[in-house]
Design a protein around this ligand. Structure first.
Ligand SMILES: Nc1nc2c(ncn2[C@@H]2O[C@H](COP(=O)(O)OP(=O)(O)O)[C@@H](O)[C@H]2O)c(=O)[nH]1
Ligand SMILES: [Mg+2]
Length: 403
């Protein structure tokens, strides 16, 4: 490998000289702007320092005298390298380093390994930087594509985790609201249509006083039953009875029994349909009978139909599906459909204290098409339970109120 440095006024001049002296296979390995040395050089404009290299075997030039002494060539390129490092410069950068034209000897050398690794490193850095820029640009394009053409309302609904297909439906519904009101007011109207509160819904005159809570494990059914029992018996002075359906004999009844003992209210565990009949019978002087259910999966149709038989036996139209506000969107429909055979006619949404976005309330209500009877906001029995109007729930969803 032959490597040569040229001090020239333009790249054109450099290319001409390189072609002439090193042949057509020569390549330019670096270029930078430099000033000539001395007072004259200080005021002079910058010139170009171009370094070119060519494989010995490919070099077609006859103008270059080939050095016999390989050791000397290696030393020469090392000297150049050291000088550059001392100057604190980079082979690819543009630097104002003073050089004396005369001091630049035409050096023919072997391409030293040090030089090659330096070039490799700087190429690698460059490639990494380009890759990084490509990623950043890709991200920017992707994000702008995602938001282009979306209204503020649409972006807000996405942010609070309302399902895409429900957002589309809501926006279409907003478009046909005839009144001349802001988009925010329109979205509020649509939300109030979706989120119906049981306290405002038309109640059937003779709604059963037997209240059953169903729903996935861990959503807060037992805690909610205890809260309701507490409110009714302690605050409303009602006579309340508690029943747990525990067909699995797993003993998961202690929790409710403890509450029943504290509140001093009757409590029964039923294992069979027959026992259910007599338990309800024994509480016929109660103003309200609250029935807790345990350990059923909405995906297990056997378990659901078993539960259905108990509910049919007590013949109530006061069944509440309990769903946590923290449920993932894709699970909401599975739960709502899985419990459909139980003919739930109310929804209780729990754990509002565990999330900061309430889009799931819209998803649950739109999917269930049933009114919300209660929302729960914490683990405290009996305090953390509320019945809210649809306006109050909408305010919560829109971030204009907090729990
Ligand atoms: N943060 C919070 N936790 C709750 C709420 N309701 C119930 N829990 C908790 O959720 C867990 C499961 O409740 P539990 O009533 O046993 O659920 P079940 O399996 O549906 O009967 C318990 O640790 C409760 O204290 C609520 O509104 N907010
Ligand atoms: Mg329970």
């Amino acid at each position: 490998m032959i490597i040569k440095r040229y001090i020239v006024n333009s790249m054109n001049e450099a290319v001409t000289r390189i072609r002439y002296e090193l042949g057509k296979d020569a390549v330019i390995v670096s270029q930078r702007k430099v000033r000539k040395k001395g007072l004259l050089g200080f005021f002079s404009k910058k010139v170009l320092e171009v370094t070119a290299a060519v494989d010995n075997n490919k070099s077609g030039t006859k103008n270059i005298k080939k050095k016999e002494n390989v050791e000397e060539s290696i030393q020469a390129i090392k000297n150049i390298m050291n000088k550059r490092l001392e100057e604190g410069t980079n082979y690819n950068g543009e630097n104002s380093v003073e050089v004396n034209d005369n001091s630049v000897k035409r050096t023919e050398v072997l391409f030293d390994e040090n030089y090659k690794s330096l070039l490799d490193k700087s190429n690698e850095n460059l490639i990494n930087e380009v890759k990084e820029m490509k990623n950043i640009l890709g991200q920017i394009v992707k994000e702008s594509n995602l938001t282009i053409g979306k209204s503020k309302i649409q972006l807000y609904l996405e942010k609070i985790d309302v399902e895409d297909k429900i957002i589309e439906k809501m926006i279409n519904e907003m478009k046909v609201i005839p009144e001349n009101i802001t988009d925010k007011e329109k979205v509020r109207k649509v939300m109030e249509r979706i989120v119906v509160s049981k306290s405002e819904a038309i109640k059937s005159e003779n709604e059963s006083n037997i209240i059953v809570l169903v729903g996935p494990t861990g959503v807060g059914k037992t805690t909610t039953i205890a809260k309701l029992a507490g409110k009714m018996s302690l605050l409303e002075n009602k006579k309340v009875g508690l029943i747990t359906i525990d067909t699995y004999r797993i003993g998961a009844v202690e929790q409710l029994k403890t509450y029943a003992d504290i509140m001093n209210i009757p409590f029964k565990v039923v294992l069979t349909i027959k026992e259910m009949e007599s338990a309800v019978e024994s509480m016929n002087d109660c103003d309200a009978i609250l029935i807790d259910t345990t350990g059923r999966s909405s995906k297990n149709t056997m378990q659901i139909s078993e539960l259905r038989a108990f509910i049919e036996k007590v013949n109530t139209d006061n069944v509440h599906l309990v769903v946590s506000c923290t449920t993932k969107n894709r699970d909401i429909d599975v739960i709502l459909n899985g419990y459909k055979p139980l003919n739930y006619n109310n929804i209780i949404i729990t754990k509002l204290d565990e999330t900061s976005t309430y889009g799931s309330i819209i998803n649950i209500c739109e999917g269930a098409k049933k009114p919300i009877s209660f929302i729960t906001t914490g683990q405290n029995v009996p305090d953390d339970i509320k019945s809210m109007t649809s306006k109050e729930i909408t305010n919560l969803i829109l971030g204009e109120d907090s729990i």
